[in-house]
Each structure stands twice: as structure tokens, then as C-alpha cells.
Design a protein around this ligand. Structure first.
Ligand code: BEZ
Length: 260
């Protein structure tokens, strides 16, 4: 997903999405999203927007409920993969939603933290919902992947590279995200922040290439291998167990909001 820079945030690093790489190293993302689908509780006949649908694997689950679903994602590659599953998927950035009172619900799993500025996203979701419609989702919350962002920042700054300028994410806390949604016109019956340390399928290098490409590519070719080795050494004491199995220090922010 290419990330849009705005006046209010530093310029972002560019992240690309390869559906095969994503399925191999990030298959746990839609698996954990099944719990968020429980909160959405889609019903037959409803019209639902899946915001940041990725390769459509969770979108398919919503379709299974009998709802009619549109998926949007900023990555043309992921949208092509979603279409391959038969999903009505479209290349649209979350900051540029152009729907008017079309949906009973908007759902989003592990995608909103890539979409900035968040107030434009919230305004577009509000417009897209019918009155009474719900916005249900989960994103990275305050403290998310802090061990990793700390190591990236230190390693890049040692090389004279400004890590903040490459950071594409938005990880709000409960109060901040509640205020943001209320500012867009939502009522917010549920907002919950919780740690979810997560075993990952490969090593930390696979995870970094899947999600932090913009940071790795900021280091010139000749120094990148040493940078990655240095990150592994810095992160292993916190994130790897004695048998070399890696976890990531995810923190989730899960919410249910309503357009009255
Ligand atoms: C996540 O919280 O899902 C996430 C955030 C940044 C990079 C990768 C994953």
C-alpha cells in the first residue's frame, strides 16, 4: 500500500504489497481478524464495505454471511488477488472514500494504521454509512510494535537517516481515537486497547521485509545486510525464544462506532 504524506505528518516510506509474500508471512493477520468479524456480526442482506481488504481472505468470510460486500485497498496487487477470489474489490485509498450513505457497516482489520491523515479516513467512512450504520474494526494501537520501531529508529539514526520521516503508521490510544471518531460525528460504544504478542511464521527478517520495506530500503544496498543482522541482534533478546521462535509485540485497538 503506498502511503500518502500530508502536511501534518512526516513524509512516509513506501511500502509495497506482494500477495504471495503476504500470504506466506502474514497469514496470521486475517486469522486474528476473525475475532473482529465476530464484533461486526454481519447479516444476510446487509451491504458492507471492507476498508483495506488486502487479498480478500477476510472479505470472503463476510460474503459467507450472506452480506453484499465491496472491498477497497490502496494496493493494486492486493486488489487483483481479492478479485481472483471473486470479491468486488476496487483500488481506492482510505483517505479518498467517495461513497454516500451506501453501507450498513464499514469493517476494517489491521489496515487503518496505514491510512493517514486519519481524520480524512473517518470523515469518508461516516459519509459512506447509512444513518445508524456501524464502523467496526481493529488497528495497531498505542505502543504497537514498539520494540521494533525502537530498534529501527536506533539503527537508522546511527546511519544518519531520519526514521521518523519514514514512519508510515498511526497508532492511537483509546482517548485519541475515540475523540477522532467523535469529531467525525460517530458515537463510540466500544474502544478497547490490549497487548497481543504474536508468534510469527518465519524469522524477524521475513516480517521486516513484509511490513517495514520502506525502512530497510532507506539503507543503501551495500549496508543493508549488516543493518538487518544488527536488527536481529538487537531484537532477539526481547522477541525470540531460546529455540529461535520469534514473536512481535503487537498492541490492538478494537472499536465499534455508530453513525447516528
Ligand atoms: C499491525 O499492527 O498490524 C502492523 C503495524 C505495522 C507494521 C506491521 C503490522
Amino acid at each position: 500500500m503506498a502511503v500518502t504524506a500530508s502536511k501534518d505528518y512526516p513524509a512516509a516510506g513506501v511500502q509495497t504489497w506482494n500477495p504471495e509474500r503476504y500470504a506466506r508471512w502474514a497469514g496470521f493477520v486475517p486469522e486474528f481478524g476473525v475475532a473482529v468479524l465476530g464484533l461486526l456480526a454481519p447479516r444476510a442482506g446487509e451491504k458492507i464495505l471492507d476498508l483495506g481488504c488486502g487479498d480478500g481472505s477476510l472479505t470472503e468470510r463476510i460474503i459467507d454471511s450472506g452480506a453484499s460486500v465491496v472491498g477497497v485497498d490502496a494496493s493494486a496487487e492486493q486488489v487483483a488477488a481479492a478479485k481472483g477470489r471473486g470479491v468486488d474489490a476496487r483500488v481506492v485509498e482510505g483517505q479518498s472514500l467517495d461513497f454516500r450513505q451506501e453501507f450498513d457497516a464499514v469493517f476494517s482489520n489491521a489496515a487503518l494504521h496505514w491510512m493517514r491523515p486519519p481524520d480524512r479516513v473517518a470523515a469518508g467512512v461516516w459519509r459512506a454509512l447509512k444513518p445508524g450504520g456501524r464502523f467496526v474494526g481493529e488497528l495497531g494501537g498505542k505502543g504497537n510494535i514498539e520494540t521494533i520501531t525502537g530498534a529501527l529508529t536506533e539503527g537508522l539514526e546511527r546511519r544518519g537517516i531520519d526514521a521518523a520521516a519514514l514512519t508510515p503508521w498511526y497508532f492511537p490510544g483509546v482517548e485519541e481515537f475515540t475523540a477522532l471518531l467523535q469529531g467525525a460525528g460517530f458515537r463510540v460504544p466500544k474502544m478497547e486497547l490490549f497487548p497481543r504478542p504474536t508468534h510469527i511464521p518465519g524469522g524477524i527478517e521475513d516480517w521486516l521485509w513484509t511490513f517495514c520495506e520502506g525502512f530497510l530500503m532507506a539503507v543503501p544496498d551495500g549496508g543493508r545486510r549488516a543493518f538487518i543482522a544488527e536488527l536481529e541482534d538487537a531484537l532477539a533478546p526481547e522477541l525470540a525464544d531460546g529455540r529461535g521462535r520469534w514473536s512481535v509485540d503487537y498492541v490492538r485497538l478494537r472499536f465499534h462506532a455508530v453513525r447516528d
